[in-house]
Design a protein around this ligand. Structure first.
Ligand SMILES: Cc1cc2nc3c(=O)[nH]c(=O)nc-3n(C[C@H](O)[C@H](O)[C@H](O)COP(=O)(O)O)c2cc1C
Length: 360
């Protein structure tokens, strides 16, 4: 297995804490081979590798990133730009990331920006691919309690566990996929639903498809029950409110191995029904994270902002709920008036190829 460790070096940022975390990962996960790991630090290191054919493909890639007080690592930003300029450069690789902050903010946003760039470069993100150390490490309170240890030890152990999961990750099996599509689109007018019709034309024979429409259903948002109450419902494969989420979505999600969400951009975010559905998955997630399921999406914006919707999906479903995020997980388009998706040159063919890809 080819391992690549990417530690973007910014002269204005120094993190002794992250160095200690990294040393712990090396000693527990790579005790024999840490000397032999390829470690990239600079934008030139990455650029040089990109010039060699296929060096970045088929690797396990661990990002180890310090953000500093300002929350921006300029070398990381330059690396994200390079990834965006080289689609497919990380085909067949799988990645995870440790992000260390000095304040309570920016770790998650830096991680999701990187995750989107990686997916668009063809790289798979393993479910729950992020271990973040916020300035106070308060985010490790529950992990520390569960491990009966202090916050910093919980951070080190979480980083080592992440590297181990990346090492053990196996790509999902191919062939005969069970595809679940969930949406809340208007059948008569929606560009996003029309795009899904084109995608279906490309889905390979042997695949099974189920579709659930949440439109005009009473999809209540998560009630925010206590942990104990949520666990009680979780054991019974249920949730406080019941209804279509429990009766239709839960069993279909258990059945599928690929989830496709149809996401019109509503105020630079997911629509309320889809957001409520995702929040209501918490009960199912408590039973088991969704590591064995892959997330795909069709995202249509009237004018702009599909990247924001894509990042919301990455954060909520992959980083939080554990869905595996495949390379090129989202097909995006810009179309506003009903039917205007058809004015995009080549959209039908592009959608058909996406259908082929998601049913590989
Ligand atoms: C409530 C609402 C909010 C919207 N907000 C945005 C927006 O913030 N940015 C944008 O580009 N388009 C926005 N749109 C336009 C839709 O993204 C656009 O119509 C697109 O075609 C997808 O929706 P559709 O599948 O219903 O056609 C919004 C539409 C609605 C109904």
């Amino acid at each position: 297995m080819k391992w690549l460790v990417i530690r973007p070096e910014d002269p204005l940022i120094q993190s002794d804490r992250l160095n200690t975390v990294w040393n712990h990962v090396c000693s527990t996960v790579f005790p024999d081979s840490s000397g032999g790991l390829t470690v990239l630090h600079t934008i030139d290191d990455l650029d040089n590798l990109l010039k060699k054919p296929a060096v970045l493909t088929g690797c396990r890639v661990l990002f180890v990133i310090a953000l500093g007080r300002g929350g921006i690592n300029l070398t990381l930003s330059a690396m994200i730009r390079l990834l965006r300029l080289n689609p497919g450069c990380m085909d067949g690789s799988a990645a995870a990331m440790v992000v260390d902050g000095e304040t309570e903010m920016y770790t998650k946003s830096a991680a999701s920006e990187l995750a989107l760039a990686l997916s668009m470069a063809g790289c798979t993100l393993i479910g729950r691919c992020l271990v973040e150390g916020t300035g106070s490490l308060y985010n490790f309170t529950v992990t520390a309690r569960n491990l009966s240890t202090d916050l910093f030890t919980a951070y080190k152990e979480s980083a080592a566990e992440l590297a181990m999961r990346l090492s053990d990750f196996s790509f999902p099996h191919r062939g005969a996929p069970r595809i679940l599509c969930v949406h809340a689109c208007n059948k008569a007018t929606s560009n996003t639903l029309h795009l899904w019709d084109y995608v279906k034309e490309g889905i390979r024979p042997g695949s099974e498809i189920r579709e659930i429409s949440l439109r005009n259903k009473d999809v209540k948002d998560c009630a925010g029950c206590s942990f104990e109450t949520c666990m009680y419902y979780s054991k019974n494969l249920s949730c406080f409110y019941g209804g279509t989420i429990v009766e239709d979505v839960y069993p279909a999600l258990e059945w599928c191995d690929r989830l496709v969400l149809l996401c019109p951009n509503y105020n630079d975010a997911l629509s309320a029904s889809l957001t409520a559905m995702i929040n209501r998955l918490t009960s199912l997630f408590r039973k088991k994270p969704f590591y064995d399921k892959q997330l795909f999406a069709l995202i249509v914006s009237g004018y702009s902002g599909s990247d924001l919707v894509a990042r919301q999906l990455i954060d909520a479903l992959s980083m939080n709920k554990g869905f595996t995020l495949p390379g090129n997980f989202a097909l995006t388009a810009t179309a506003n008036l009903p039917g205007s998706i058809d004015r995009i040159t080549g959209i039908e063919e592009k959608a058909r190829r996406f259908g082929e890809y998601l049913s590989l």
